[in-house]
Write a protein that binds this ligand. Structure first.
Ligand SMILES: *Cc1c(COP(=O)(O)O)cnc(C)c1O
Length: 403
């Protein structure tokens, strides 16, 4: 039987070549390859600084610490995201407060967001205070999900109005843009992921992008134990003395082996993107008439980068009365596809329904109806640069015969 994975990274000899070069040089910890990778990503996104770290989770964590997040704060996060976005907030002792998403773009619902702040927070001097817990509203983390940007202009407007910070989680959105302006270009620091399942990969890895030189320097310092001189600088000069450590830092450094892989992947990113867009276009053309599927939306003024191709099962069109009934049908469809060698996933999960957040904060599933629906009805089907036409046809045929 044919086996089609939901995703496969795109590798060729270039990764081997650059990784071998790195091994031959004898320098495998963070060094010149990471620096080159940082520059490539920052240049591509049109941002001054890229700071590579071990994952997007640690990128978000460091950015939050560097931006001044403390345990007295609340941070608003769309519930339909990967749990890491919220966890990074909770590491600092601050509270991740989950808000709703739109079921068309899967990104933060800005109408809900503004209403939520008005209802749950009260203004005290220049700070918005949580009416129930007394925590101060610090900011919001919009998430660019599955390859598009969130509605950043609207998020920025709201953030300005309430005087709060914005940090973007663009783990899945390398190269996404609004009117040609890439993420990182909207005035906010932004975090990327290079996990195996993302647009390009270093196995595990992440990066903070920012135009703010002071912030970039703080993050560079925090990723290496708070050392006041980086190891690279130390080795370039006279390296026999240890640097000073005047604040609590972390070891979140990316290795040069990963940096080499990242450089190889970045050199090909335009090709990878072109191939993925062609695959997505074929899906769009061939699935748009399938009554039980809502194909991915590309918001106006954006161009999709298709980290994943995530559809929604249209439960009403399938004759279901409730989302729960629709959920059973979606799961049956996914099981049918799996039995026929086609791998799928739900888009991501609704974080407010996951044990840690539900138990700690007492969320009810229907409190965030958009995120709940996306959790129960979304389905990511196979999409990657090297997906063959015949495998894609097989996915489409199997999908159509599944319900
Ligand atoms: C994958 C992902 C993360 C976590 O990225 P890692 O590099 O695995 O830590 C965070 N946020 C979103 C939206 C993601 O999709």
């Amino acid at each position: 039987m044919r086996q089609v994975p939901v995703f496969a990274p795109h590798f060729d000899m270039l990764e081997n070549e650059l990784i071998a070069k790195c091994l031959q040089s004898g320098w495998v910890a963070q060094g010149p390859m990471v620096a080159e990778f940082e520059k490539m990503v920052a240049d591509y996104e049109g941002v001054k600084h890229g700071v590579a770290v071990t994952s997007c989770t640690t990128a978000i964590h460091l950015a939050l610490v560097a931006m001044g997040l403390e345990s007295k704060h609340d941070v608003l996060i769309p519930s339909f995201t990967f749990i890491a976005t919220a966890n990074a907030v909770e590491y600092t002792g601050a509270t991740a407060v989950l808000v709703d998403v739109r079921t068309d773009t899967y990104c933060i619902d800005t109408v809900f967001l503004e209403k939520y702040i008005d209802e749950r927070y009260v203004k005290n001097a220049n700070v918005w205070v949580n009416r129930k817990t007394g925590k101060e509203l610090w900011g919001v983390i919009p998430v660019g999900l599955f390859g598009i940007c969130a509605d950043i202009h609207e998020v920025n407007r709201i953030a300005k109005q309430y005087n709060i910070h914005v940090l973007e989680d663009n783990a899945c959105a390398l190269g996404a843009n609004i009117d040609g302006v890439h993420e990182g270009g909207f005035g906010n620091p932004t975090c990327l992921s290079f996990h195996a399942r993302k647009s390009i990969t270093t196995g595990e890895g992440g990066m903070v992008l920012t135009n703010d030189t002071d912030l970039a320097n703080t993050i560079r310092k925090l990723r290496t134990h708070g050392a006041s001189v980086s190891a690279t600088e130390r080795h370039a000069g006279r390296g026999f003395l240890m640097p000073n450590f005047d604040e609590l830092g972390y070891n979140y450094r990316m290795t040069d082996v990963q940096g080499a892989m990242g450089v190889a992947q970045m050199r090909k990113y335009n090709t990878i993107l072109e191939k993925k867009r062609a695959v997505a276009k074929r899906y769009d053309d061939m699935l748009t008439a399938v009554p039980f599927l809502q194909i991915p939306t590309t918001p106006s003024r954006q161009s999709h980068t298709y980290q994943s191709y995530v559809c929604m099962v249209d439960y009403v069109a399938m004759g279901c009365k409730t989302i729960e009934e629709g959920n059973l049908l979606r799961n049956k469809l996914m099981a049918f596809l799996e039995d026929n060698g086609v791998s799928t996933r739900q888009g991501t999960h609704a974080v407010h329904m996951l044990g840690y957040y539900r138990n700690r904060y007492g969320y009810k599933p229907n409190e965030l109806p958009g995120a709940y629906a996306c959790d129960k009805l979304s389905i990511a089907i196979p999409l990657y640069a090297d997906l063959s036409t015949s495998d894609q046809d097989y996915v489409i045929e199997t999908l159509k015969s599944g319900i």
